[in-house]
Design a binder for this molecule. Sequence first.
Ligand SMILES: Cc1cc2nc3c(=O)[nH]c(=O)nc-3n(C[C@H](O)[C@H](O)[C@H](O)COP(=O)(O)O)c2cc1C
Length: 161
Amino acid sequence: MPVSNAIIKRKSVRNYTSASLTLDGLSVLLWATQGVRAVLSSSTALRTVPSAGSHHAFETYLAVNRVDGLASGLYRYLPFDAQLAQLRIDSDIGKKSASACLGQRFVASVALTFFWTVIPYRTEWRYDLAAHKVIAIDAGIYVRTFTSYSRKPLSHEVLRG
Ligand SMILES: Cc1cc2nc3c(=O)[nH]c(=O)nc-3n(C[C@H](O)[C@H](O)[C@H](O)COP(=O)(O)O)c2cc1C
């Protein structure tokens, strides 16, 4: 599709499937948005997404409602280990996520919600007052990458091949 058509047809969609997400599907989304491509030194790594100065201030937390093989609850992604840390099992995580998203009720019933948090110091020491600008730009890239992959997840093999 020509880019101009894609721009004209773009709109926000809030219809969600009631199906569960597979672990493979989730791991593709995590890898696409946070995956480590190469470790250059103890302080620098390259990832699947760009980041101003490669400082990667974001952390990924997951509120899992329906992912095959995972108990409902709160998880943190550990990109250097490509693993999930289970922080809390919580069958009410959907409602709590909706509340955290200013009461947007559809959030309570989705398979999972990505929460991206920021450790501002990772960019502030370098960018000073401009740090929050580059954090916002990095966030936009995360969302763009996420939405590209969440529509039609590819397998890890395809992505890494
Ligand atoms: C920074 C930003 C934050 C947004 N936050 C939400 C949100 O929390 N919930 C939601 O349903 N839509 C959210 N949206 C989508 C907007 O509501 C949506 O773009 C707007 O209603 C216009 O609709 P359209 O995207 O179909 O043109 C957000 C959009 C932006 C740019």
